[in-house]
Ligand binder design. Structure first.
Ligand SMILES: O=c1[nH]cnc2c1ncn2[C@@H]1O[C@H](CO)[C@@H](O)[C@H]1O
Ligand SMILES: [Zn+2]
Length: 331
């Protein structure tokens, strides 16, 4: 099967984890920043998280290097454009990219400039390639909460014009949802859709809480609903789609191996699952690779692949018009 040619949808992809290594080198030169190395292979190896990460936190240590060059409007615009370009060139037809605007203020950029730059890069790629997209604004759970509403306010200007949703990301502790209820509510009141990273490193209860307390319509990963009947039933009953990211899930030890990933079991049992990259560079992957790996490991038929593609369309935070276009790719 030619996985490259299949139409694909990626609903869970981080901007800062998907930067081309060569772009890091170019931008560092331009910004007169010193890098640990100027060799593209070296930079690549510093960015890719090992298969043997101890946990999610070790995986998350790989983001400092890309973030160091993502502190200007030009850099953010370029990286956004290149990510959509890379995805379009492997037949990704729709891509939702997320990033944490608060991580891009080290050199004095304002939130609106940061979000605007990301959106402009995406729109430039949309004009040039057969791809559509949207942005999701992530809040890092470990950061001070005093500027969360500022991110939501700045993003509101772009709602429906490139920004669609609110997310919580970063290190996952048990019970984190309780602290974020008013922020998720504020985002929903402003018109943001909600997806939350949960059940990746933390337990199934986090997934339950993300849906019940934060109004999550989708869950980033959600692996640990396996073994948590309440969370499992809630996800199924409320048709919450899981954004699984198989390679990343192996790296962060959300699963012990691809063979033990619950993606196929969930799908067979009627849990809505989607296949995504998480981080193209940090997880050293593409949508083609993720689809190939899952289809090979679990012997998925083309029909099953398109069932999953349809789940992605149904649960995308896209306009009806874009969804109609995406459904045209079904055989
Ligand atoms: O799989 C993940 N789980 C939780 N947080 C993540 C994951 N991948 C990336 N980030 C975090 O999201 C931030 C904004 O893009 C990144 O800087 C990283 O800290
Ligand atoms: Zn993620």
């Amino acid at each position: 099967m030619n996985h490259f040619d299949l139409p694909k949808i990626d609903l869970h992809c981080h901007l800062d984890g998907s930067v081309r290594p060569q772009t890091i080198i170019d931008l560092a030169r331009r910004q007169q920043l010193s890098l640990p190395s100027e060799d593209v292979e070296q930079i690549k190896s510093l960015m890719i998280a090992p298969e043997t990460c101890q946990n999610l936190d070790q995986y998350l240590s790989r983001f400092d290097l890309p973030l160091s060059v993502m502190q200007t409007e030009e850099a953010i615009e370029r990286i956004s454009f290149e990510l959509f370009e890379d995805a379009a060139l492997e037949n990704v037809k729709y891509l939702e990219v997320r990033f944490g605007p608060l991580l891009h203020m080290q050199k004095g950029l304002e939130l609106e400039q940061i979000i605007g730059s990301a959106v402009r890069g995406m729109q430039r790629a949309e004009q040039q390639y057969d791809i559509r997209g949207n942005y999701i604004l992530s809040i890092l759970r470990t950061m001070p909460k005093d500027r969360i509403n500022d991110v939501i306010d700045a993003g509101t200007r772009y709602l429906g014009k490139g920004v669609v949703a609110f997310d919580l990301a970063g290190s996952e502790r048990s019970g984190f949802c309780h602290e974020f209820i008013p922020y998720a509510q504020y985002a929903r009141d402003k018109g943001f859709r909600v997806t939350i990273h949960a059940g990746e490193q933390g337990d199934g209860q986090n997934v339950h809480d993300a849906v019940a307390l934060l109004g999550a319509e989708r869950i980033g990963h959600g692996i640990h609903i396996k073994g948590h009947p309440d969370a499992y039933h809630l996800v199924k009953e409320q048709s919450v789609a899981l954004e699984t990211c198989p390679s990343s899930n192996v790296q962060t030890k959300a699963v012990t191996s691809l063979a033990t990933h619950p993606v196929k079991a969930f799908h067979k049992d009627g849990v809505l699952i989607t296949i995504n990259t998480d981080n193209r560079t940090v997880s050293n992957t593409t949508m083609t690779d993720e689809v190939r790996k899952v289809m090979a490991e679990f012997g998925l038929t083309l029909e099953e692949y398109f069932e999953i593609y349809r789940v992605s369309v149904d649960n995308a935070f896209a306009s009806d018009q874009v969804k109609t276009e995406l459904l045209r790719h079904l055989p």
